[in-house]
Design a protein around this ligand. Structure first.
Ligand SMILES: [Zn+2]
Ligand SMILES: [Zn+2]
Length: 402
């Protein structure tokens, strides 16, 4: 709506403070006025101050809404594996403090004067990005996640339209985001269970749509975590027949509860062999190094395998013979554009698709991270941000993590 809008004076001078104290809660007096003062608000948050700090209570600064901004009082924020990697420094050194969280759901508390699509009180969401260049070919095509100049991540990214300020994510009481990157959350969706749709949901929806899954087609899902369980539900809602690949028989029941039509235990070579040339599409959500050739063999002519997680180590090379002999595609995919994310949310409302979640309080975040790493969650933790103000506990909350 407003490419090239000048950065307001003072936007680069916002304060960011750290404190052991619970913070000032956000004011609850909504107004349509967009302030031009560099005042903003201080809000309670949880984040990391170093790669070994764990998550500790923080106070961060949020700008007042600029003319095209929407201010959101956050209700819920999903916990994504990326959050763990980022706050533990596993994806390289980054500026601290870092408040993670990119599965954000809340209510609009203020809007800038130029905002047309949202009003105070609307339920809205923010996913993995809060801006992009809005000018490159990919942005103009509505695939902002592939912005040639790099999307502006919801946390840990320099935000060019706001003086290069470091973005801070959804483990906080409030966020201010340009209208273009705010999603509408249909009221039919439970807001806490809808939060994971904004990363895990769109990450799996986008390749299913890109492939053009049709009713009756056969979709395989590798891994049954936060991404995998969404892939099963979304593919079923699109009318596909879904096969879940899991390492042990222990998850068979859970896979069928989610709607899977078949389960293949990959530790059993006979089951894998029996699945050869049976599927049209494989959604591979496993982040640990693994042999994708096992799954390429399950594809029929013109099938495709989409790899969605970034493995932490070397993988076995893909056998080109497998690709050639059945014209297979070995592909990757990164979240989805803003328009597609809105389409996904509306699709989920229509089909009653949400994530299975476990609500977690602010003082339980570090334990939740450990359980995520251990695979001990069905299937997504969601932070209840109402616990941030009163219940962030002591500044030692993160000690003992390393
Ligand atoms: Zn994520
Ligand atoms: Zn761009």
């Amino acid at each position: 709506m407003s490419p090239g809008r000048p950065v307001l004076p003072g936007a680069d001078k916002v304060r960011r403070t750290l404190t052991d104290e619970a913070s000032v809660p956000p004011s609850s007096a909504p107004t349509r006025e967009a302030s031009t003062a560099p005042n903003g608000t201080d809000v309670a948050a949880c984040g990391a101050t170093s790669a070994t700090s764990g998550l500790v209570p923080l106070v961060i600064h949020r700008r007042d809404p600029k003319p095209d901004d929407v201010e959101i009082d956050i209700e819920f924020c999903g916990l994504c594996h990326s959050d763990v990697h980022a706050t533990r420094g596993e994806w390289g050194e980054r500026p601290w403090p870092l408040v993670p969280g990119h599965e954000i759901v809340g209510r609009v508390s203020r809007v800038g004067v130029d905002v047309l699509g949202f009003a105070v009180g609307d339920r809205v969401g923010v996913g993995c990005m809060v801006d992009s260049c809005r000018e490159c070919e990919n942005c103009l095509d509505g695939v902002e996640q592939y912005c040639e100049r790099g999307m502006v991540g919801t946390y840990g990214a320099a935000d060019p339209r706001n003086g290069g300020e470091l973005t801070q994510g959804g483990y906080s009481q409030r966020i201010v985001v340009t209208e273009k990157f705010v999603l509408r959350i249909p009221e039919a969706l439970d807001p806490a269970a809808a939060a994971p749709l904004l990363c895990a949901g769109i990450t799996t929806y986008s390749p299913l749509r890109y492939f053009g899954v049709e009713p009756g087609e056969r979709v395989g899902v590798v891994g049954l975590g936060g991404l995998g369980h969404m892939a099963v539900r979304l593919a079923k809602a699109m009318g596909a027949e879904v096969t879940v690949f899991t390492r042990s028989d222990a998850k068979s029941g859970a896979a069928r509860e989610l709607g899977a039509d078949a389960v293949i235990v990959t530790s059993d070579p006979e089951q894998l062999a029996a699945a050869r040339r049976t599927l049209d599409l494989v959604i591979d959500t496993v982040a640990a190094p693994h042999d994708v050739n096992d799954y390429l063999r399950t594809l029929r002519l013109d099938g495709a395998l989409f790899q969605l997680s970034l493995p932490s180590g070397q993988m076995a090379p893909v056998d080109p013979g497998l690709l050639i002999r059945r014209r297979l595609t070995y592909a990757g995919s990164l979240i989805g554009g803003i328009a597609e994310t809105q389409e996904m949310l509306d699709f989920c409302a229509e089909h009653g698709v949400v994530s299975d979640i476990e609500l977690v309080a602010a003082d339980g975040l570090n334990e939740a991270y450990d359980r995520m790493v251990a695979g001990d969650v069905k299937y997504r933790f969601v932070l209840d941000t109402a616990t941030l103000a009163a219940g962030t506990g002591s500044a030692q909350a993160g000690e003992g993590q390393a």
